[in-house]
Design a protein around this ligand. Structure first.
Ligand SMILES: *Cc1c(COP(=O)(O)O)cnc(C)c1O
Length: 356
């Protein structure tokens, strides 16, 4: 097997362990967690690790990612509001989708009829985060009524998303609002809803404080299962933050001054660089660049390594304070934020190694 760098190492038993811990936590509150794999670009290995941990439904925001796991025998959910142009694929590859538009529901209905399938719909209500969903409860109820009446569709329930765009935190109050809307739909339509889908990993701190109201019976969990983080990127008790590591290779190692000689021009990205003089330092150039990752999303595992900058294809480190005796060709390891993980997962230039 190739062992080239840069490489993103993804530890599957750690993800399975995180999934198992969150399944246990959710089940004790009668909540069914959906495992979200978009952070891993729809990786089948990551989906399988979640299933091993007891997850029963897999979700992704992109239909192309769900297509990658089409033959995994598990219920699948499309998170991003479906595109009308991809209504057929949505019905083909997702059992359930999150919806907020009448025209889209009609397109999904036609697609479901054409494919002779029943597609399940969760109607989204906007609790204030200002991403997807109807902001007005009357509109949410009307959309639910439409979903329940269209051929080929089944109304699965209602949902809401928080802490994604507007940074609105899941609270007992806003989660209760969603439960109230679910009850209103059940009363007005005379039907029972299967699913009240509260929020993402951002709701886990509230769940740990027993603040998620009765009636919320689903959470959609991605960051917590893969990175062990939730609201404000803080670690979730009971999970590991060690599943994902980036290794990059040192291609040059030299002592150099910390201030350039004759600096007047702009850097490759049009910024005027600023330098502080720390004297002569041991500097490592690594083979990864801003094309692959925003350096602000990286944190070296070795406390003696400091990121000092770089360019499209080079990451420059100050390794003077390290206790390790780095050599050219050695690997340097980093932990990544949510955004950094996503970028490396998406970059074709970063190899992925799924560790079983
Ligand atoms: C991405 C996403 C999630 C999962 O969010 P995490 O913070 O990764 O847990 C949940 N719901 C929706 C609608 C999403 O788009």
């Amino acid at each position: 097997m190739s062992n080239t760098l840069p490489c993103l190492f993804v530890d599957l038993p750690t993800i399975a362990g995180n999934a198992s811990a969150m399944v246990d936590l959710c089940q004790s509150s009668h909540i069914n967690p959906v495992g979200i794999i978009k952070l891993a670009c729809g990786s089948r290995d990551v989906a399988s690790a979640m299933l091993e941990g007891g997850i029963k439904t897999i979700g992704d925001s992109r239909i192309d990612n769900l297509e990658k796991i089409a033959d995994l025998p598990v219920e699948k959910m499309l998170l991003r509001i479906p595109q009308i142009s991809r209504a057929l694929d949505t019905v083909k590859y997702a059992d359930i989708s999150l919806n907020s538009e009448e025209h889209t529901l009609r397109a999904l209905s036609a697609a479901a009829v054409a494919l002779n399938r029943t597609h399940r719909v969760i109607v989204m209500h906007d609790l204030g985060d200002l991403r997807e969903g109807c902001i007005n409860a009357d509109d949410t109820v009307a959309l639910a009524r439409l979903a329940a009446s269209l051929p080929g569709l089944a109304l699965e329930g209602v949902g809401a998303n928080l802490a994604c765009y507007g940074g609105v935190e899941p609270t007992t109050e806003n989660q209760q609002q969603l439960v109230d809307i679910a009850h209103r739909i059940e009363a007005e339509l005379g039907i029972g809803l299967h699913t009240v889908s509260g929020a993402s990993s951002a709701a886990l701190p509230l769940l740990l404080r027993h603040g998620v109201p009765v009636g919320i019976n689903q959470l959609r969990l991605g960051a917590s299962l893969i990175l062990g983080i939730g609201l404000n990127d803080e670690p979730i008790p009971g999970t590991s933050q060690d599943a994902v590591r980036l290794a990059v290779e040192i291609v040059e190692l030299k002592e150099k001054p910390s201030v350039p000689t004759g600096s007047t021009a702009l850097d490759a990205f049009g910024n005027k660089p600023v330098f502080e003089d720390f004297g002569i330092r041991q500097r490592a150039i690594c083979a990864i660049g801003k094309q692959d990752i925003d350096f602000a999303e990286l944190q070296a595992v070795d406390p003696g390594v400091r990121i000092i900058g770089g360019s499209s294809d080079h990451l420059i480190l100050d390794v003077s304070e390290s206790a390790l005796n780095y050599q050219v060709g050695d690997a340097v390891y980093f932990t990544l934020s949510y955004g950094g993980t996503l970028q490396c997962m998406t970059s074709d230039y970063v190899r992925k190694e799924y560790v079983h």
